[in-house]
Design a protein around this ligand. Structure first.
Ligand code: FES
Ligand SMILES: [Fe+2]
Length: 422
């Protein structure tokens, strides 16, 4: 349970809020480069700020405030030029620093353009994903998390807009109790509703004997965030990290929970696929896909998206409300990981408040060639053992992935799209 003040502190992401300031120390993914190939100007919202991302005709990326300084037209309608973006209304042109560099209807020697500026932020592309940084200068390095710089692999990137605050999604990382209930018991119910009881999993039965989650799982802060561990006869085994502040990594993917504003989150699925040894290819473009919602506008379940972990997670995050009221929650022993994450969040907010830099801010290039995320150990990803894992992704957000679908079609035939649930 949190006080109302702390719930505000942990969830409000605007520029003048403590969490907004903390979040601004990090690079956040906002689009795929291939989205700009389709249309070079995109409206994006990041940390409460409405922005326009564009690629000009020289190939340079820009991220600027979404409103023209002149008479306030939305620059999402702008025209990319050789340098910068031109407002469609009266032709004012802005460069990538947000500086107005042209006012076609003013005198050539007018000094007015030099006195007009709109917000602008740095953007960088890595592995086909465009990242933005809204924090203080100088910008830190864009982290080379291991999967972004893995060799001889394929990538794709999925996007989903969720109508809820980012922290609901991040706290789910530290909540293994939901695996057997949401992804077991509810999942079976969803499959029943979908007329596919044959796909049910043998997971939790409320009447069966079982060992409480805390006797099977544990959590600890590690250098990148909070790690989920499985308790085994040989000791603790790393299972899944929650990377501070808003990333999760599982087997071969990263999931970013990017706060668009207080009540909307862009969930980004970045996936790495070992190359098919039979037909290795050079990937020139990283394809993107859009993950549809699992809950409709009236808060009804969309069953076709609820056959998988991804859809089920989406449902409960939104079902907690736009910002869950943590003053009323009743946390149990099974929620110790969530408390640990909140302690880390408090500590990092304090560091920023005291004028310091929070964790996972990289400045030294020698520490950023490839930042390995455990339990991965830096070994190359291989095809062996991956194909079955891939086949497990044929439902959920990944069923919308062009790479997964191509593999499913190749290895199991199209029917596999309705195959077993992971
Ligand atoms: S409103 Fe943009 S140039 Fe006039
Ligand atoms: Fe889940």
């Amino acid at each position: 349970m949190l006080t109302a003040e702390e719930n505000e502190l942990f969830t409000r992401v605007g520029p003048d809020t403590p969490l907004g300031k903390l979040m601004r120390w990090y690079w956040h993914p906002i689009a795929a480069a291939t989205q700009l190939d389709e249309y070079p100007v995109r409206r994006v919202k990041l940390l409460g700020e409405p922005l326009v991302l564009y690629r000009d005709r020289s190939g340079n990326l820009g991220l600027i405030g979404d409103t023209c300084a002149h008479r306030r037209v939305n620059l999402g309608f702008g025209i990319p030029e050789v340098v910068g973006l031109r407002c469609p209304y009266h032709g004012w042109r802005y460069d990538g620093s947000g500086q107005c560099v042209e006012m076609p209807e003013e005198a050539k020697d007018s000094s007015f353009p030099s006195r007009v500026q709109i917000p602008a932020y740095p953007v960088k592309e890595l592995a086909g994903v465009i990242f933005a940084y809204l924090g203080p200068d100088p910008a830190p390095l864009l982290p080379n998390w291991d999967l972004f710089v893995a060799e001889n692999v394929l990538h794709d990137v999925g996007f989903q807009v969720l109508d809820c605050n980012w922290l609901q999604i991040q706290e789910n990382d530290l909540d293994p109790a939901h695996l057997e209930w949401l992804h077991g018991y509810f999942s079976n119910y969803a499959l029943e509703r979908m007329g596919r009881p044959d796909l049910k999993r043998k997971r939790r039965n409320p009447d069966a004997e079982h060992t409480p989650i805390n006797q099977r799982r544990d959590w600890a802060v590690y250098e990148q965030g909070v790690m989920n561990y499985a308790k085994t006869p040989d000791g603790l085994r790393e299972v899944r990290p929650s990377i501070f502040p808003n990333v999760n990594s599982f087997t071969t993917d990263f999931m970013y929970r990017v706060p668009m504003d207080d009540e909307h989150t862009l969930h980004v699925f970045f996936t790495t696929y070992p190359q098919d040894p039979e037909s290795p290819t050079v990937q020139e473009k990283v394809p993107y896909y859009i993950v549809p919602p699992a809950v409709d506008a009236e808060m009804n379940p969309i069953w076709a998206e609820l056959d998988s972990n991804g859809g089920q997670d989406n449902m409960v995050w939104v079902a907690q409300g736009p910002i869950v009221d943590r003053t009323k929650e009743r946390l149990a022993e099974s929620d110790r990981g969530i408390l640990m994450y909140r302690d880390l969040l408090r500590q990092q907010l304090q560091i920023v408040e005291d004028g310091g830099e929070p964790m996972n801010v990289f400045r030294d290039p020698s520490q950023n060639t490839c930042v390995i995320v455990p339990p991965r150990d830096g070994s190359p990803l291989t095809w062996e053992g991956h194909n079955p894992g891939m086949m497990n992704r044929i439902t959920g957000p990944y069923k919308h992935s062009p790479i997964v679908n191509a593999m499913v079609e190749k290895y199991q035939g199209k029917d596999a799209l309705e195959g077993p649930v992971h």
